[in-house]
Design a protein around this ligand. Sequence first.
Ligand SMILES: C[S@@+](CC[C@H](N)C(=O)[O-])C[C@H]1O[C@@H](n2cnc3c(N)ncnc32)[C@H](O)[C@@H]1O
Length: 194
Amino acid sequence: MPPTVSTILHAQTFRRLLVVGSGDSALSAQLASEKALKPEWEVISIDFSSEVTDRMKIRFPELAFLTMDARALSFEDASFGAIVDKGLSDCIGSVTERRKYFQELRRVAVDGGRLLVLSQRHLQTEQDILDQTDEDGSDLGPSWLCKREEVYGALFVENDPTRPPFPQPGTDNTIPYFLLVCTTNEDTAEQSMT
Ligand SMILES: C[S@@+](CC[C@H](N)C(=O)[O-])C[C@H]1O[C@@H](n2cnc3c(N)ncnc32)[C@H](O)[C@@H]1O
């Protein structure tokens, strides 16, 4: 993820961060490190593969990795100040399912909470479809207001269906991805999006 991520998260006052679809990535540990976040941040990561979370608990025993489906989270409403999705939304096949998923993230986010989504798919936001007749509606649904940036990363390839896709060596910064920086739409008047 680009360096702007820690800047965005620093702006939050509710310092509980959810990383969804952690896979085998070191992102949660990077975000939890003092370089990215202040020490008082609590970082919780989930993945629906128990193989993944078991491995990650051994690799990063100081962090919380829970086995959970991001489409039906067992957290209470308004539990997180920020949520990071790197690659999970690309695994959800239909617009309707993606909207349900992003509405579930909205449920567990505080008002004014931030959502960062890094995806290969050009996700449609409510703003994107405002002037169009789109029967499917947007991917994120009505409760998020987002800004989009194009960023470059590695090519991820799935070598084994039981394991998350892995970055291919030598492909760093060659593949275009989309970064959405979103906030809950109720609070955009008060919150800066940059
Ligand atoms: C493309 S991988 C990305 C992994 C990691 N974030 C990274 O950047 O390398 C997607 C991950 O999301 C997990 N995942 C997919 N659908 C999920 C769901 N509905 N709930 C929780 N985890 C899910 C997969 O098990 C996988 O580990």
